[in-house]
Design a protein. Sequence first.
Length: 527
Amino acid sequence: MTQYEILKHYFGYDSFREGQERLIGAILEGRDVLGIMPTGAGKSLCYQIPALMMEGITLVISPLISLMKDQVSNLNQAGILAAYLNSSLTPGQYKKALEFARAGQYPIIYVAPERLMTEEFLRFALDPEVKISMVAVDEAHCVSQWGQDFRPSYLKIVDFIHRLPVRPVVSAFTATATAEVRDDIIDILMLRQPEVLTTGFDRSNLYFGVISPRDKYGTLVNYLERHKGESGIVYCITRKVVEEVCANLIREGFSVTRYHAGLSDEERKHNQDDFIYDNAPIMVATNAFGMGIDKSNVRFVIHYNMPKNMESYYQEAGRAGRDGEAAECILLYGGQDVVTNQFFIDHNQENDALDPITRQIVMERDRDRLRKMTFYCFTNECLRDYILRYFGEYGSNYCGNCSNCLSQFETVDVTEIACALIRCVQSSRQRYGCNVIIDTVHGANTAKIRNYHMDENPCYGQLARVPAYKLRQVMNHLQLYGFLTVTNDEYAVVHLTERSGKLLDGEETVYMKMAREQEYTKAGAGN
Ligand code: ADP
Ligand code: ZN
């Protein structure tokens, strides 16, 4: 059968989606591939179809048992023989599966990375009767220490491939697009001149919104009331918040369920099924929920707290609208979210095993990512554009389908505010963080400011009439556009850049989109 016939016959689809054909074609030519496609784009077919066309066995390396089970049962339902080998099988079942595999029963076998280098599995894989024609690595970003889900067991994949008598085609797939992770995948898996394909990360059916509500819970309830009958996910930052929000919503009569790593396996499975089958159309969960979930009619993903970075945010938000219909991704920002995420970075036990230098680098990277996530919550520019630029693509500056594009902003000249902030950084000799700078120009009368003698700084109180949160917006804007920079260490000290000098010299001006009522720029900036 041709790839088109297989697509129709087994999967029931008439045409390929963007990128699928090219990746399948490259694999069939015997080339390694790296497919970077957003969640829901259809990565699985890219290795499943060639697997059915190639002679021999395709091993699919997958990080999660639940993911493997879903994929295998989907394939079995489609009439394709496939199996999985992981710790959920009894030793007897495992032996039996290997026997069938050796007899050539399965063109596709899902295997957990930990299994690869075990004696029993190697005996099978190195059997002269067995031909492994492709190793497909799903969620390939797990090989990268720079990725968010590093799995040491993924490092065994390349050792395993080296052991095979004939090198198979190696195909790798991920939804994580950043350049460092992509390079890591190619290097660590030792892909040979791979065909690298990135499909558009834009999901035009998704609306993006950021709200900074005074009352988060009230805002959530209000939203849910206006979206009765729709299915959605509410992501919370900790198990505790999941418990609170879930219990409160149940009390108010919403049909919700919950998911986090602190629940028993049975309860997680049960709740997940309730959600998938719409018994409980609203899922309140931590980020433990979602990988491998393919529920097409999720109409909204609300982040009750800001996640730790844009990668997580886009992956989680991207679970909305997989059917291509309109869906909403809304982030409820609160200042405490930054503090909590900062705490997680500073106390991340996963980093304890790292040597001090790597640990330092990882923490600085995480702080930098958190800062860029925070900027997303503060920017008045097109949110979709911000996301796409973060992932290295270019948007259009105006998508017409995000809370910023749909708000009334005016572009205002904030040069004077910017200069006051920069002068404050300069006159305090680049020793303090954003908060001290903002409090100083705002003229805050706090113990901290007095201790640092910032109340004696020439900039003290210079912008007293500009609300602090607006000073913060300008401060963020200045960092985002390189007028100021912040060190990535614990103290996040603000520093001057070349551009700050140009601004003070009057060679540059700073324009920013601001909400309409912000008339203070005229009233406040000069004082
Ligand atoms: P990913 O692994 O990229 O997140 P999946 O492989 O799980 O995505 O595919 C997401 C959904 O899209 C699945 O339901 C899949 O059957 C469907 N799909 C994949 N390719 C096509 C296609 N060419 N036409 C229609 N639907 C497709
Ligand atoms: Zn927009």
